[in-house]
Design a protein. Structure first.
Ligand code: F0G
Length: 352
């Protein structure tokens, strides 16, 4: 089996790189596409369901796809420092790829509102972690203003190289399935990823690699659903902190993806998100973070509303690894029991 060289090499002809671009990679991409029959039986019995597990990327989220390219291009351009606002995963990814490239990394995060795993990643990779007493949207405004006036590269998804790298996930799904799915479901926060997937599907189609394109369906958390509501949400709230965003940067990109693909954007409640989060772990052995489960919760909602065609091939992207957010996991799980170290006590707990 040839060694996977990271997505810049594997999808080079679709990406804005040249021989002079230094490739900063951790071997991202090539994540598992897992058929999920047991989950399908529970949430959408008439569909063939697959999970694109982006938690298997090097820093545990899909952000690595965009970051390998954004950091490579920053190094090519001679940048010495990068900055981002983040609900956690972007900061973890920027910190890792920045460390690998020898860049200074500054990350702005909403104080108290990012999952522990993500914070520990940024700290370990030696980023300067700045917690603001505010939310992601405010952090994004600040870093945009700073990057416009200071010698520092912005690596949020408004950096066009982020979207370019992330589009490879759609190409990979086509390569793994042998064709595009009927429907592709994603959680939506800042809306960069749904924009990127749609671009990937369109470019692969145009290049003659596929004969059709999927319908794109995106799901926001009900307390942070500006695109669904049609207006900015000043105080977004959701347990899925990764998508706690009230004014998404790629709002227009998401609308275009949905319109052009005859898809839709809808919202799911925190309760629906947590149900899906637990089901994916219990039924399929796949541990994703809460925000990721919004895609599965959304597909379940489509099925309940009879909006999913019988026999549809559905891919749900699970955007991040469950280990990112141990606190939420511990809070929704059966707690461990503690017993004396003897066989009888343990045997009493077995229900055989
Ligand atoms: N799922 C996870 C796990 C995320 O971390 C994010 C975004 C999304 C979904 C939504 O993707 O923003 O492209 O619509 N996280 C960003 C961050 C905002 O800072 O890590 P999107």
């Amino acid at each position: 089996m040839p060694r996977w060289r990271g997505l810049i090499e594997e999808y080079r002809k679709f990406l804005p790189v040249t021989d002079r671009t230094p490739v900063i990679t951790l071997g991202e991409g090539n994540t598992p596409l897992i058929e999920a029959g047991r989950l399908a039986a529970r949430v959408a019995p008439g569909a063939r369901l697959y999970l694109k597990f982006e938690g298997a990327n090097p820093t545990g989220s899909f952000k690595d796809r965009g970051m390998t390219l954004a950091i490579s291009k920053a190094v090519e351009a001679g940048s010495k420092a990068v900055i981002c606002a983040s609900t956690g995963n972007t900061s973890a990814s920027a910190s890792a790829y920045g460390a690998r490239a020898g860049l200074a990394v500054y990350v702005l995060i909403p104080a108290g509102k990012i999952a522990l795993g993500k914070l520990s990643q940024a700290m370990m990779h030696h980023a300067v972690v700045i917690q603001i007493e505010g939310n992601f949207d405010q952090a994004l405004t600040i870093v945009k203003e700073l990057a416009a006036t200071q010698p520092i590269e912005l690596v949020n998804s408004i950096n066009p190289f982020r979207i370019e790298g992330q589009k490879t996930a759609a190409m990979e799904v086509c390569d793994q399935l042998g064709e595009p799915p009927t429907i592709h479901a994603l959680p939506v926060g800042n809306a960069g990823n749904i924009t990127a997937y749609w671009r990937g599907y369109c470019e692969y189609h145009r290049a003659g690699q596929t004969t059709r394109r999927p319908r794109m369906v995106g799901f926001q958390a009900a307390g942070a659903a500006p695109i669904v509501l049609g207006h900015i949400v000043e105080q977004p709230q959701t347990i899925a902190t990764a998508i706690r965003i009230g004014n998404p940067a790629s709002w227009q990109g998401a609308l275009a993806a949905v319109e052009e693909s005859s898809g839709l954007i809808d919202m799911v409640t925190d309760e629906e998100i947590l149900d899906a989060y637990k089901l994916v772990a219990r039924e399929e052995g796949v541990f994703c973070e809460p925000a990721s489960a919004a895609s599965v919760a959304g597909v379940a909602k489509l099925w309940r509303n009879k909006a999913l065609p019988e026999g549809a091939v559905v891919v749900c992207t699970l955007t991040g690894h469950g280990l990112k957010d141990p606190d939420t996991a511990m809070g929704v799980s059966v707690q461990p029991v503690t017993v004396k170290a003897n066989r009888e006590e343990v045997a009493r707990l077995l229900r055989l």
